[in-house]
Design a protein around this ligand. Sequence first.
Ligand code: ZN
Ligand code: ZN
Length: 414
Amino acid sequence: MSDPAVVTRLARELTAGVKAAELEDFYRDLHRHPELSFQEHRTAAALTARLRAAGYAVTEGVGRTGVVGVLYHGDGPVVWLRADMDALPVREATGLEYASTVDGVMHACGHDLHVTWLVGAADALAAARDAWSGTLVVVGQPAEESGGGAAAMVADGVHERFPRPDALFGQHAAPGPVGRYAHTPGLVLSASDDLDVVVHGRGGHGSRPEAAVDPVVTAAHIVTRLQTVVSREVAAKDSVVLTVGRFHAGTRHNVIPAEARLALNLRTQDPGVRARVLAAIRRIVEGECAAAGCPVPPGVDLAGDGFPVTVNDAGLDAETAAVHRALFGADTVLDFGPATGSEDFSRLAPEGVPYDYWFVTTTPPGIWEAAPGDGLAAKIAAVPANHSPLFAPDLSALVPGVRTLVSAALSRFT
Ligand code: ZN
Ligand code: ZN
């Protein structure tokens, strides 16, 4: 169904019966019970129960805690809808009646909302299956935050054991006045790499630095010098973020420690730029350690798999955005451009298969109106964003987030 008008009418019909109150209950329950990456047992069970009740053939434990539901309904394209399921090690400070009951763990990125959207869409598309022909695959992905979830599902055969997609869709909650849909054709999210740096000095007494090689001073020089990578080695047209997120050394006032450890995070949008920046980081760390006379060369290692870039298929994004425009109004669909955030969603797409990933804005109206600043960007920077202990999506985004997925799937089916 390529005519946006037909898809829009059908999406409205299919989702007219979506029970907002019932979806809210499901959402509040997930929000109260957040689970960290690869520990999403309760969340996966809740998703599984809903999919089975709706008639899906469900496989649990795909990539450890992942869930895959398949609804075959005649010949036609295979469409995958994906939601990530994990929460974050953040202590919730929203004061909401349905706040997290798990100390130090919170759905601070809205993945509970993503799962609820997926359940709503899966229900609506199953209930009205006679309106479309094709195969719908619903994916509950574990461990997006830690970066290994999609890769674990792929390693567990998600591309071989289930119908191979012709198109994949994913969506994410984001700050912004509730009821906007941010579509970006092409590059939408950056690659992310974590690096561990170890500076090896020579420990000693704080009173006798001449007998030691102080790794604290060397690591401090490294942190400062790394600030020149983006400002002095990257072209103005290229987007790069380099952050030192952790600096750890020493035990007490009068001991020069034997080593210092740094944890770095790098965001890039181009493979060539990524390689250059990684080489610059290594050069600077090795250079500072050589300058300080460190007895052993430093360690500079990539940690984990990182995140790849997310690059929407421009044609698919244009078609999906057109349907969302028709559904919600022309001025509700925006293009925020490429973000420095990262996702592992694209790993679920087999090589060459088009995918589309967009944002649904969820800031409650009261918070949005009270936010300081003029214009969208300033206000977005001022309201609680993903990973904030105050992140609290407005529940009025529940049903629209079901409609976005339903209409995207319908636009591919015959
Ligand atoms: Zn997140
Ligand atoms: Zn997220």
